[in-house]
Design a protein around this ligand. Structure first.
Ligand code: KIV
Ligand code: ZN
Length: 389
């Protein structure tokens, strides 16, 4: 039996608060519907104290998707918690996610508070949240740059106060997998069964997914992540990459989520249409080129046997089909296959002649469109050659 890992989606909170990603309440509702279809376990819908829109979004999402665990973020202070509690007033499964920074650097320069003060405020916040709901998560912001002894102390204290989930974020994307795994293993040992240990990784050094995976191997059982990896600065761990790692490398990573992976591509597309940018073309899993093959050797191998160059089937993530991109690296096989797909059956000589024209054109421009291939075939053979005719 594989271990269950909970997916906490923060696309509508950490993702939404980053440049170019703000969403209106109707847009958040539309995206929330997709996240629900996708099967996320916990949906963080906003930071109610931050704006009226965030408050409304949390309220609207928790009413509309009453069967889903909906989280609202709050700093560890009374006004923030009051706003989060009010926004979740109609929720059937509310989660309060309260946080305070714990690292020396944040205490000294940002909060100007002692460790004891921060610990007392964290405990008070958890107690206040627990008066509203049993489902309370505490995050120790900048956990990876926090003194581990103090992190142990504050984690034990918030659990004693009623937190069920303890999140240890790599807020500034500073950690490396082995180090993060060691920290998580230590906290899992300290907390035992008293709370779920959660991870929340930023991608400043491109390690958010690797760090999240190291943490799960060390015993974390909740991952906070976003669609397309959006989030503060370089973003958060990408949900689609984590989920497909578990699915594709189940031999090495025997963990289960309840994500419906066939919905990943459409979730990515919907987000891209909603905010101001989409994933880069070479983005793993959901990028335009993630299932495209252009090099002739790759196309030839792929056409003989898909698994030569593909480790996942496109339909498992909801991508309509593998794309053979015809460009200057493409070979005869791929060109012949495209011609057949377009309804033409070419003789050996016709294919040779077409291939010459094709490579001459492909040298001059990027990516050859179907219409251009059809035009070249017509020039060469006359429309009468069309096999379908
Ligand atoms: O990155 C971070 O530390 C956060 C917390 C609020 C969980 O986003
Ligand atoms: Zn964050």
């Amino acid at each position: 039996m594989a271990d269950r890992v909970y997916i906490f989606d923060t696309t509508l909170r950490d993702g939404e608060q980053s440049p170019g990603c703000s969403m209106t309440v109707p847009e958040k509702l539309r995206m929330a519907r997709k996240l629900v279809d996708l099967g996320v376990d916990i949906l963080e819908a906003g930071f109610p104290i931050a704006s009226e829109g965030d408050f409304e979004a949390v309220d609207a999402v928790s009413r509309e998707f009453s069967w889903v665990q909906v989280a609202a973020l709050a700093r560890a202070n009374t006004p923030d918690l009051e706003a989060a509690i009010a926004a979740l007033k109609h929720a059937r499964r509310p989660r309060i996610h309260t946080f305070i920074a714990t690292s020396e650097i944040h205490l000294k320069y940002k909060l100007k508070k002692s460790q004891q003060q921060v610990l007392d405020e964290a405990v008070a916040a958890v107690e206040m949240a627990r008066n509203f709901t049993e489902d309370v998560e505490f995050s120790a912001e900048d956990a990876t740059r926090t003194d581990p002894e103090y992190l142990e102390q504050i984690s034990r204290a918030v659990v004693a106060a009623g937190a069920r989930t303890v999140n240890l974020p790599d807020t500034v994307g500073y950690s490396v997998p082995e180090e993060y795994g060691d920290l998580i293993a230590r906290m899992v040992r300290v907390l035992g069964d008293s709370a779920i240990v959660s991870v929340h990784c930023h991608d400043d050094l491109g390690l958010a997914v690797a760090n999240s995976i190291a943490a799960v191997k060390a015993g974390a059982r909740q991952i906070e992540c976003t669609i397309n990896g959006i989030g503060e600065r370089a973003g958060n761990a990408s949900l689609e990459e984590i989920v497909m790692l578990f699915k594709t490398r189940h031999d090495k990573l025997p963990y289960e989520t309840k994500i419906v992976t066939e919905q990943l591509y459409s979730a990515s597309q919907l987000l891209a249409q909603t905010i101001t940018f989409g994933p880069q073309p070479n983005k793993a899993i959901v990028g335009d080129n993630a299932f495209a093959h252009e090099a002739g050797i790759h196309q030839d191998g792929y056409l003989k046997e898909r698994t030569t160059y593909e480790i996942m089937e496109p339909h498992t993530v909801g991508v309509p089909e593998t794309k053979l991109v015809l460009g200057k690296h493409s070979g005869r096989h791929a060109l012949n296959k495209r011609a057949a797909d377009l309804g033409f059956s070419l003789s050996h000589d016709e294919l040779d002649a077409l291939y010459q024209r094709f490579t001459a054109l492909a040298d001059r421009k990027k990516g050859i469109r179907n219409e251009e291939i059809v035009a070249m075939i017509h020039e060469l053979t006359g429309a009468a050659t069309a096999a379908a005719n």
